[in-house]
Design a protein. Structure first.
Length: 287
């Protein structure tokens, strides 16, 4: 998200949504949404309102945004951003009302400070895994674990902040209208082989996501960097290549971390960690 002013304001400052949430001003613009700062009039707590801009309001993107709202409201966990309500403006523009977080993403921290210490990286990843496990309990696969989707709050809790590419395994709508047949969804460098091939995903897909996230946190490099030849070359790396050993990127790391990462980043889902508990146990042994 950038902090530029949008060329098209979807919500007028001072608008009250659902007789409860006052919108004060626009404060961030992203590729797929805009964010407004506001206040919950019943609690006086700050809130964020996430809006799908009109330029992106296709039938499929609107359905995906509405699906995100449904899943975000359905999962309540300390490691997920709290989503209070969802609705639509008179123009038909869908929106989400969420808690306003203060802090920075893992992406921001990596950019300014470099790799995390191993204990800090393990602690953050375990919090991420707790949030992912809560989603799995609701039959939801995240599918887009990456540094920009993990938020480090000033108060301490680690928060997952985006359901935008999540998949509800229990939803017939999610299997048909929202994701077309053979459509690969995700951020290329962070996509699992099954996502690249537009095959079925399951909880083990998020094991891969946890692996690429962990690799980047402890080395400062992507496991599968964006290829100069473009997206297809990046996909080839994901499908056919192994990442450089983490200990080659960061010699201060214990060699055992290579074993954990290799297990998480197996090309076949069946060869990865089978459960979050297994991965957590392997992480704990590193520190």
């Amino acid at each position: 998200m950038s902090h530029e002013v949008a060329s098209e304001d979807e919500i007028e400052p001072g608008t009250v949504l659902l007789d409860r949430f006052r919108v004060d001003h626009l404060f961030a613009v992203g590729g797929m949404s805009v964010l407004y700062r506001g206040v919950d009039l019943t609690t006086s707590l700050p809130i964020a309102v996430k809006v799908l801009p009109s330029r992106l309001r296709t039938k499929r993107l609107a359905a995906r945004f509405e699906r995100e709202a449904r899943m975000a409201i359905g999962v309540r966990h300390p490691n997920w951003v709290v989503t209070h309500e969802a609705g639509a403006l008179e123009s038909g523009t869908p929106y989400l009302v969420m808690e306003l977080l203060e802090g920075e993403t893992v992406y921001d921290r990596l950019r300014y400070d470099g790799p995390f210490s191993l204990p800090d990286a393990v602690k953050i990843l375990c919090a991420v895994l707790d949030g992912v496990h809560a989603a799995h309990q609701h039959h939801i696969i995240h599918r887009d674990l990456k540094p920009s989707n993990v938020f480090l709050t000033r108060e301490g809790p680690v928060k997952l902040i985006d359901f935008g590419l999540s998949k509800d395994l229990g939803s017939q709508q999610d299997r048909t209208m929202v994701t077309g047949p053979g459509e690969a969804l995700g951020t290329p460098s962070y996509m699992s082989p099954e996502q690249v091939l537009a095959e079925d995903v399951d909880p083990r897909t998020d094991m891969w996501g946890a692996g690429v996230l962990f690799y980047e946190m402890v080395t400062g490099f992507r496991a599968f960097p964006r290829a100069e030849g473009g997206v297809q070359d990046t996909f080839t790396m994901v499908l056919e290549h192994e990442p450089r050993l983490a200990t080659e990127r960061n010699p201060s790391l214990p060699f055992a971390i290579n074993v954990v990462l290799a297990k998480a980043l197996q090309k076949e889902k069946e060869d990865r960690f089978g459960t979050i508990a297994e991965l957590r146990e392997a992480l704990a042994a590193l520190v």
